[in-house]
Design a protein around this ligand. Sequence first.
Ligand SMILES: Cc1cc2nc3c(=O)[nH]c(=O)nc-3n(C[C@H](O)[C@H](O)[C@H](O)COP(=O)(O)OP(=O)(O)OC[C@H]3O[C@@H](n4cnc5c(N)ncnc54)[C@H](O)[C@@H]3O)c2cc1C
Length: 309
Amino acid sequence: MNNYDCIVVGGGPAGLSAALVLARARREVLVVDGNRPRNRATYMSHGFITRDGTPPMTLRELGREDLATYPNVHFQWGEVQRITGVDGAFTASIKGVRGGPSGEVQARKVLLATGVLETLPQVPDLISYYGSTIFSCVHCDGWERREQSLVVIGENPELVNTAKRASQWADHEVVLTNGSGIIEAHQAEVLGRQGIEVDDTPIAALHGDGSRLESVELADGRVLPATGGFVQPEWSLPQVVADLVPTAGDLGGVKTDEYGRSGVDGVYAAGDVRGITPSQLIIAAGEGARAGIGLNNDLIFATFDAPGR
Ligand SMILES: Cc1cc2nc3c(=O)[nH]c(=O)nc-3n(C[C@H](O)[C@H](O)[C@H](O)COP(=O)(O)OP(=O)(O)OC[C@H]3O[C@@H](n4cnc5c(N)ncnc54)[C@H](O)[C@@H]3O)c2cc1C
């Protein structure tokens, strides 16, 4: 089989949830996943009701197990590199990963559930602590950092808002711009009124055991005690998304209607790829279900509109 009702690009909570709706709607579905989830850095996912504390990869495995009971859903490890064509007749080029096959498939519809790509500030060893004691989502990982001395690291304008949010959990908070000076004086004053310090000194090193943060060393030699924190990453879209929905980059994600329609006929989107805030597993799964319903409705209604019927 290489001609599907829908190809779902991405097998995270958004893609798997969309596929489940489409499976139960008797659609022939192919889910292609490159196995690079954004939350792969962490050991536990929080806030997904009935699955609070489940490892990210286990959550996905459980999703794939649900889908495996439907013979009309096919799962494949691979990167979708290019999608061409129009509504009703798309062609996707796939490069296999983890032993999955490479090749081309046809599909009537495309559902983008790729998530986003993430770039962290250039701070030595930040990657070691990311997902263990330093995180990007306060509502996902704030609880475990409650009443601690936290740092909030970033170089882009959203840093000030992340700093405000983190205050709900921090006992003591220092915002580190890593030399970027991105927090303006009036913003620093507002933060300062709540006891939050802002420091523009570049970060020289993170100290700890490689997963548990203990302190942050600044370029001027000062060492700030900190047991964890948050970071403000930069996010970008996978190339296949930018190619298929050219406006998405400028709009901060693929903007859709409530049924996941992207504005490009036959192309739907769900999850983080629609724009990163708010971003949670359960929100992505919910959006996947909505887009699956929208896509299936469009296929149903098109049969009534077709000429000669
Ligand atoms: C460190 C960290 C911790 C987090 N902790 C939590 C938490 O505790 N609770 C919570 O609710 N949320 C958490 N999040 C947020 C959560 O991970 C995301 O909101 C959620 O994963 C978004 O789901 P998604 O399906 O949209 O995208 P993803 O889960 O990122 O999945 C997208 C999938 O698409 C694949 N893909 C991308 N491009 C292609 C392509 N061209 N072809 C094929 N496949 C492709 C990727 O490989 C990936 O597997 C965390 C995020 C991070 C970074």
